[in-house]
Design a protein around this ligand. Structure first.
Ligand code: FES
Length: 212
């Protein structure tokens, strides 16, 4: 009898898992949300292709929110107020939000998928964030898991103050199968406006998934 109950439970779990997987695949490859509008602060409207995260959709319009985990939902940096159209709060967002933030409609923009028109609020200073092109000119190994990266800016100079951070975006290239974005504090001297240095520590994959 116990054996029969156990067997039925296992079959139900497997069926549930398969159905959930099919739903995820269908959502990813079959869903077409068409063009959606992002209303920002009631002043600016951007049209994007639905189906991407709010974080990536804003990035595609050169509006950059902080992200240390590249949109994996493990850093909690990409917060943004979603007034309308963001869908229900996901379990992946809750650990990073206080009850006050939840009441104030703050969401993790990397977890909000654009499926329809959406209204959001962003601090004005976000619009001052700019994109720079840079070339890696030196990689110094400090320890087995820490390196110093020197980046020469190729299209502009940069004004920064100690303590500020930059977000590095590495495109798909060669063996790098997907583009990656990460935030790092600047370690170089602010008097040199042509160069940015950052010190990078390799985070093991399992630790990264835990958000460390
Ligand atoms: S980008 Fe890290 S949690 Fe959203």
């Amino acid at each position: 009898m116990i054996y029969l109950v156990l067997q039925t439970t296992i079959i139900m779990m497997i069926t549930g898992g398969v159905l959930a997987l099919l739903l995820v695949i269908a959502e990813k490859y079959l869903a077409d949300y068409g063009e959606c509008k992002i209303d920002i602060n009631g002043k600016r409207e951007e049209t994007v292709k639905g189906g991407s995260s709010l974080l990536n959709s804003l990035n595609s319009k050169n509006i950059f929110l902080a992200s240390a985990c590249g949109g994996r939902g493990s850093c909690g940096f990409c917060k943004c107020k979603v007034i309308k159209g963001g869908g229900p709060l996901l379990p992946t967002e809750k650990p990073f939000l206080t009850s006050e933030e939840i009441a104030d409609n703050i969401r993790l923009s990397c977890q909000v998928k654009i499926k329809n028109d959406i209204e959001i609020e962003l601090p004005e200073e976000i619009f001052n964030i700019r994109k720079f092109k840079a070339k890696v000119t030196s990689i110094k190994e400090y320890t087995y898991d820490i390196k110093e990266l020197t980046l020469d800016l190729t299209d502009s100079t940069i004004d920064f103050k100690s303590g500020q951070y930059i977000q590095l975006h590495s495109p798909r290239y060669g063996k790098v199968k997907q583009s990656v974005s990460r935030a790092y504090s600047i370690s170089s001297n602010e008097t040199n406006k042509n160069v940015v240095q950052v010190i990078i520590r390799l985070v093991p994959r399992d630790l990264h998934n835990l958000g460390t």
